[in-house]
Design a protein around this ligand. Sequence first.
Ligand code: CUA
Length: 309
Amino acid sequence: MYSNLSNFADKVDNAFIFILGIIIFFLVGLTITLVVFIFKFRESKHKKAEQIEGNAKLEIIWTVIPLLLVLGMFYFGWIGFKPMISPAPDDALPVTAQARMWKWNFIYENGKRTDTLYIPRGKPVELKLEALDVIHSLYIPAFRLKRDMIPGKEDDMWFIGNSPGRYDLFCSEYCGVDHSAMYTQVVVLPTDSFETWYVDTTKPKIQAKSGEPAGLTIIKNNGCLACHSLDGSKLLAPTWKGVFGKEETVTMNGQKQTVVVDEEYIKESIYEPNKAVVQGYKEGLMLSYEGIISEEEVDAIIDYIKTLE
Ligand code: CUA
């Protein structure tokens, strides 16, 4: 509470505290009233129940007080929400936030692309929201921010990160089996560290986790295993176990054809996944990874798939 990690956080907290205060007041007040009435109006004291008909004063009180409370909730909610939906300041740093099943991508103006959101401290950031397939929702609890992302709808959100650190960023709209895996972080950097990070556009070398083939690291980082298994089990997409060199029946331009799964076919499946869909699987579930997985990385993936016999 009141950590004030983003420029909007304290106003959201105010609304929360106000509503929580009302809840606690009524919980305590009603419980006390209940106990008092149980004693005061017990049977030995009040043998006969009385019927009360109409009491204008009471009725006004129980209409006006809740009305004021609800208007108060609206007031605190509105003054917290209004600045969030106001246009971003002109000097805001534009970043495109892309959501797809089940992965986040952040694209900066200089072409830099990451799966973690890096932002400078104290500077407004404007996120252009792009849902590529289904409805997702971008949620940063520490910043008290959440916004739905609807495919085809142009939308954005802005905020300022106040203190350096790492904060959770979730998808908060159920978007399929691996919805819970749509998790990343916002990293708020001091201004100079951010500048250094931002201008460095050298593509990161494929770095395999120790003891892991590079291809497998790339596969994991891109969320491929949500749909493709490595052990032969059938998920939403064909397994990769023993797939290399296999003959598959595919649908291409509405025609059934047989293809051999070779380097070419794997590459095409990554860049144009819906061109030739293997029989028994749904078209349109996978989106192109062109521009996300480099050709070099595709080669590493192919090398890895070849080892899955
Ligand atoms: Cu994306 Cu849930």
